[in-house]
Design a protein around this ligand. Structure first.
Ligand code: DAH
Length: 336
């Protein structure tokens, strides 16, 4: 057999394989060329009779014949085994379409970031249900009977008298009821309020609650912990301000501001020229809360804090409308 014969044979074999119209036909081609008694093994034996100067070209062509034919036969076999071939107009040999990878939702990303910062300080994550009792959500947290947040205008009540929690603070109550001090937890989760949706309000939003109870926990510990958190979240240059405030479940209570991330304290439109942005609420756990959960008020102290995740997410990513976070528009979400 000459090199020319071989080249012609290769063309013929590939042509036959290409023309095979069903599984039986392609199998016949396979046996004819690649089978144990097929043509290809015979040609391999003939290689020794080929003149030396032709050997490289001959060997190369044999290899091409073998590889190309094997590939084509495999392709045809797949085509025939997938339900008798492709539907008309469907080309099985086309590469698939890239569907793109999803991204984690910005709320999830920021929740994870906040969680990790407190985990490095030894806080563990505690969880609680979205549906709460009035006692866990209000009474145990020292909320007076006439407090406006209890109003049906503000809180979603269920028919059985339970409610959709309006903050993550009831997780404090649940956790202390089940664990002796010392306690060091954070609890991210969903909250619900009867708010009319607009650029900064949503009836469903997220908070992270924090609680630290032990002997001799002081306001200085609260300030140190939250200042560390601020620097980890916003960068080393952020300044933190603690303003007196009121929450039923803490005494004293503070609101915590960070220097504005846009103007760094100089004053701009975002911070309404004050240089500060309000980020979270905090305080020393009120002794009445300890009493409600059965802790010895004379032996332990603690601090607690709570922050809105949407607000922090909007600040960190420069999002101006909270509704973007709920509309699940991939053009918005894929930017994060
Ligand atoms: N529960 C408060 C709110 O929803 C936030 C908060 C403030 C939580 C002070 C706390 C705290 O634990 O100590 O606005």
């Amino acid at each position: 057999m000459t090199l020319q014969d071989l080249i012609e044979l290769k063309a013929k074999a590939l042509g036959q394989a290409q023309a095979a119209a069903d599984a039986a036909a392609i199998e016949a081609v396979r046996i004819e060329y690649l089978g144990r008694k097929g043509l290809l093994p015979k040609i391999m034996q003939e290689l020794k009779n080929v003149p030396n100067e032709d050997k490289p070209a001959f060997g190369k062509t044999v290899n091409e014949l073998k590889n190309e034919l094997t590939d084509l036969i495999k392709l045809k076999q797949t085509e025939f085994s997938s339900g008798g071939g492709a539907a008309p107009g469907f080309d099985l040999t086309q590469p698939g379409q890239w569907q793109g990878l999803g991204t984690r939702h910005p709320i999830t990303q920021i929740t994870d970031r906040i969680t990790r910062i407190f985990q490095t300080l030894g806080f563990t994550v505690a969880d609680g249900p979205d549906i709460e009792t009035v006692w866990n959500n209000f009474d145990a947290l020292n909320t007076p009977a006439d407090h406006p947040s209890r109003d049906e205008q503000d809180t979603f009540y269920l028919k059985n008298g339970d409610l959709m929690r309006c903050h993550t603070s009831p997780v404090q109550v649940r956790y202390m009821m089940e664990h002796k001090p010392p306690v060091r937890i954070i609890s991210p989760g969903r909250c619900y309020r009867r708010d009319t949706p607009d650029a900064t309000h949503s009836a469903n939003f997220h908070q992270v609650e924090g609680l630290y109870v032990d002997q001799n926990v002081s306001l200085a510990d609260l300030k140190g912990t939250l200042s560390y958190f601020a620097r980890e979240l916003m960068g080393p240059d952020v300044k933190v301000r603690f303003r007196p405030h009121f929450f039923p479940f803490t005494e004293p209570s503070v609101e915590v501001d960070f220097t504005c991330h846009v103007c760094h304290g100089k004053g701009c439109r975002v911070c309404k020229n004050s240089g500060w942005i309000e980020i979270l609420g905090a305080g020393m756990v009120d002794p009445n809360v300890f009493k409600a959960v059965g802790y010895d008020r004379s032996n332990v102290t603690g601090f607690a804090f709570g922050m809105g995740i949407e607000r922090i997410t909007m600040i960190l990513y420069g999002i101006h409308d909270i509704r973007n976070l709920y509309e699940n528009d991939v053009r918005f979400l894929s930017q994060f």
